[in-house]
Design a protein around this ligand. Structure first.
Ligand code: UGA
Length: 290
């Protein structure tokens, strides 16, 4: 029994009675022992894993916020499980403040519908030369919608994240009505909106046209094709006007660092287009019906 007590670890001598260690000097753990400590029992792995989780959380925090920023009247969840046309199920882009010039027109009003549907706040700027209030009348009670009568040839100051620049008559009947004004709209209007984009750091989209190819010698036209355009014809105010607008857009991008997009629209048709619009598809339809 005596023997058993001696060797039993449960009866180890208490520190008070234990003999003092030979080297009584307390030693500070050196860097080597810390490294050794970290490398043991996969501690380093857990530290790295923790740092990774924390940084992922902080990076995603703005997008994981349950409600949109408070400056928007109807804050809404950024993630939704309802699938909507064209938007991948489960994800919606964050809401933005957007200006659409020419937003009361045919293409512009459909763009406005779509932007409001995805939760953006939209300001329409239009001089109603060819656009109609009725095209956007269904949004007038929406707190995220504003309609301004303004001609883009005059500067305007707005605080937005994105500029969709559509203001320009598109039908030959309309753009030939006052060619100098058409050209002014394309040059001065585009300059004003690009200047605004640069000043406020907004992304800029120009709706251009297939007319930039003029009377093309290549069919179909690729984006790399430069066109075959008459600079002195009756359509030049529109063709050359849009070409200049594209040039300005690219120069503001290269020289001013503005983030830009150019969309060359070909022949469009659909609801809200007037039957006597004068463009090719509405002309065909009118000729068939009448
Ligand atoms: O297919 C295209 O190439 C054209 O498509 C759209 O034109 P679209 O909507 O079809 O034509 P409209 O219905 O006439 O819309 C133009 C809008 O610009 C407005 N506008 C026109 C001229 C002007 O000086 N300022 C201005 O705000 C009109 O009132 C109208 O709301 C784009 O607005 C044009 O920029 C583009 O060139």
């Amino acid at each position: 029994m005596k023997q058993l007590h001696k060797s039993s670890p449960t009866h180890a001598p208490s520190p008070a009675h234990a003999p003092a260690p030979k080297s009584a000097k307390p030693t500070r753990p050196g860097p080597r022992s810390w490294i050794g400590y970290l490398l043991r029992e996969q501690r380093l792995l857990f530290v790295l894993l923790g740092a990774l989780i924390a940084s992922t959380f902080f990076l995603l925090r703005p997008y994981l916020s349950l409600t949109a920023s408070s400056h928007l009247p109807d804050a809404r969840p950024l993630f939704s499980f309802a699938s909507r046309s064209g938007v991948p199920a489960g994800f919606r882009p964050p809401p933005r403040r957007v200006v659409v010039t020419g937003g009361a027109g045919f293409v512009g009003s459909h763009l406005v519908d779509r932007l409001l549907e995805q939760g953006d706040s939209v300001i329409v700027v239009d001089n109603f030369f060819t656009g109609r209030k009725e095209n956007v009348a269904h949004h007038l009670r929406n707190p995220r919608f504003e309609l301004l009568r303004h001609d883009v040839v005059e500067p305007i100051l707005l605080e937005v994240d994105r500029i969709y620049h559509l203001a320009c008559p598109a039908s030959p009947v309309h753009y030939k009505y006052n060619p100098i004004k058409t050209y002014k709209t394309n040059v001065m209007g585009t300059l004003n909106m690009l200047g605004l984009a640069k000043r406020i750091g907004a992304r800029f989209l120009l709706t251009s046209t297939s007319e930039v190819y003029g009377d093309p010698l290549e069919h179909p036209q690729k984006e790399t094709y430069w066109g075959h355009v008459n600079p002195i014809g009756v359509r030049s105010c529109y063709d050359e006007g849009k070409r200049t607008a594209e040039t300005l857009t690219m120069d503001y991008h290269r020289g001013g660092g503005v983030e830009v997009r150019i969309a060359r629209i070909f022949n469009t048709y659909g609801p809200r287009m007037c039957l006597d619009d004068g463009r090719v598809v509405s002309n065909f339809v009118a000729q068939v019906c009448l």
